[in-house]
Design a protein around this ligand. Structure first.
Ligand code: SAM
Length: 277
């Protein structure tokens, strides 16, 4: 019998992937956790029925969420990742020579455990206990409340605004992020599809703009996510990601990100610009 996983993307739209094999299926305190081997995308992490990442296209998301902010800041020594339990963002972050420590706060220990076991390409920094990495299992929202003026860059590598991730899209959280950053710090968050999540994008952009003098959205094409077009938002106290000079060539190899792509990713279609007005 053929096995398919269907993600409900809206009330009226689904995306289905034909599955070769279920590698893991379990329930944590927070969510249903699955690792599935699909024909189209290879092994995939799925949380509460929502595709999170896949072996085939993960490089796009992880390079874009890590390198854009880390090359915008001139000296990103202290980095915090909220979420990111598959390990892809930390894998990219530790490649920056300027980065000295990466603290990571993931709420779900089961996501880390299964990623280490079934997604070794993505979780390599966690599997190798990379010396720059300090991993904490806990709630990133509560964690932020304890920090003041500490980080250069914060990467919010969160799931959708459902379940434990809801508070990561709140005004209160953005205020805590602002407080946790140094006076020239900046943060980035994955902010969903500009086509399917328009009211969410308008709201969070307004909230981030209330705290951060420089608020910029950039885009990437990620085949696994609804509609393919995916957005990220940077809130920055000082450095402008659009005017920063990115090294060309880069000091490390990448499969998606490069200097010209950094610049072009901030060019927004008119309908997206409209959402941010
Ligand atoms: N690339 C993915 C995407 O956009 O769908 C996100 C990947 S990563 C797997 C998201 C992680 O955020 C999940 O492992 C989830 O457990 C974690 N997460 C959700 N809410 C959280 C919270 N409040 N604190 C820390 N981690 C959280």
């Amino acid at each position: 019998m053929e096995l398919w996983l269907t993600e409900k993307q809206t009330e009226n739209l689904t995306m289905s992937c034909r599955i070769r094999e279920t590698l893991f299926n379990g329930q944590s305190d927070f969510q249903k956790v699955e690792v599935l081997d699909s024909y189209e995308f290879g092994r995939m992490l799925v949380l509460d029925g929502v595709f999170q990442t896949s072996i085939a296209d993960e490089f796009i998301y992880h390079e874009m969420i890590a390198h854009v902010p880390l090359l915008t800041h001139p000296a990103p020594k202290r980095v915090l990742i909220i979420g990111g339990g598959d390990g892809g963002s930390v894998r990219e972050a530790v490649r920056h020579a300027a980065v000295e420590t990466v603290e990571m706060v993931e709420i779900d220990g089961l996501v880390v455990e299964v990623s280490k076991k079934f997604l070794p390409e993505i979780s390599s920094a966690m599997r190798d206990n990379h010396p720059k990495l300090q991993l904490f299992i806990g709630d990133g929202i509560a964690h932020m409340k304890k920090i003041d003026n500490h980080f250069d860059v914060i990467i919010v590598d969160c799931s959708d605004p459902i379940g434990p991730g809801v508070g990561l899209f709140s005004r209160e959280f953005y205020q805590d992020v602002y407080q946790a950053l140094k006076p020239d710090g900046l943060f980035v968050q994955q902010t969903e599809s500009p086509f399917y999540h328009q009211s969410l994008i308008t709201r969070i952009n307004r909230d981030i703009r209330d705290f951060f003098p420089i608020t910029k959205m950039y885009l990437a094409n990620i085949p696994l996510y609804p509609g393919g077009l995916h957005s990220f938002t940077i809130g920055s106290k000082k450095y402008d990601p659009e005017t920063v000079v990115v090294p060309d060539p880069l000091p490390f190899s990448t499969r998606y990100y490069n200097e010209r792509l950094h610049r072009s990713s901030f060019v927004l279609p008119n309908f997206v610009q409209h959402l941010l007005k």
